[in-house]
Design a protein around this ligand. Structure first.
Ligand code: MF3
Ligand code: CO
Ligand code: CO
Length: 255
């Protein structure tokens, strides 16, 4: 494993990249309405990142991914490819933004609700968000990765939802996905111990039904096998001397 510890200068650059990624999510919210296509959302974000932020959308051409953002609607778990799909009243959509600024990555995603969504849709979205917050609460020097995964898994399963196992959070820095892998399930007291200067994401994918997923023929889109709704929230985090700094806070100031 090759876990990089960021210097204070690198931490400042991560802070900048994280802030820009969050700003894209703040910006796109008002565009997420019935009738807009996910491709249009991609185009708006692409222009904002490249022109306004003078930054690079990390997904574009990443291992062949064809677009600048990921848009994952309803039973899509992650890595949805923006296209002609029009959002409809009642849809939930995860928008996942990763920008590169001066060589450093900031990675964050949120759920957006299109018009009036069902109780079940709001519930799975809230549980995914709470799962992320519970994970963030564990982050401080001395915590082990298994402590984070265990806390998330315990909370999600207590609420009769499930945690996707095939995809995880990740170290992040000059490299989009670097060590360590941050699993959203696990056993307390196991795994890597956190030290100040580490930067990584937590990004639990929570299904309303069973945890199993299927990869579609496009090679990217991941869906729930049972077609149940899925939700995900993500932040990029820095381990500080005495706790955690969320690098991808939006204008609201709350994770
Ligand atoms: N942003 C995603 C993550 O949280 C990764 C997307 S990879 C892509 O790790 F190629 F699909 F964009
Ligand atoms: Co990520
Ligand atoms: Co992401």
């Amino acid at each position: 494993m090759n876990v990089t510890i960021k210097t204070p200068e690198e931490q400042a650059q991560m802070r900048t990249a994280g802030r820009l990624a969050a700003e894209v999510l703040d910006m796109i919210g008002e565009h997420v309405r019935p009738g807009v296509t996910t491709g249009e959302l991609d185009a708006i974000c692409h222009a904002w990142i490249t022109e306004r932020q003078q930054a690079t959308p990390a997904p574009l051409n990443y291992r062949g991914f064809p677009k600048s953002i990921c848009t994952s609607v309803n039973h899509v778990v992650c890595h949805g490819i923006p296209g002609d799909r029009k959002l409809r009243d009642g849809d939930i959509v995860n928008i996942d933004i990763t920008v590169i600024k001066d060589g450093f990555h900031g990675d964050t995603s949120r759920m957006f609700h299109v018009g009036n969504t069902s109780v079940q849709a709001r519930r799975v979205s809230d549980i995914a968000r709470n799962a992320l917050l519970i994970g963030i609460d564990k982050v401080r020097p001395g915590t082990r990765l298994g402590d984070i995964g265990h806390a998330i898994q315990t909370y999600v399963e207590a609420n009769r939802c499930s945690v996707v196992r095939e995809y995880c959070g990740h170290g992040i820095g000059r490299v989009f996905h670097e060590d360590p892998q941050v699993l959203h399930y696990g056993r307390p007291g196991t795994g890597l111990e956190l030290v100040p200067g580490m930067t990584f994401t937590i990004e639990p994918m929570v299904n309303a039904g069973k945890r199993h997923v299927k990869l579609l023929g496009d090679g990217w889109t991941v869906v729930t096998k049972d077609h149940s709704l899925s939700a995900q929230w993500e932040h990029t985090l820095l381990v500080t001397d005495d706790g955690v700094e969320v690098l991808t806070l939006g204008a609201s100031g709350t994770p």
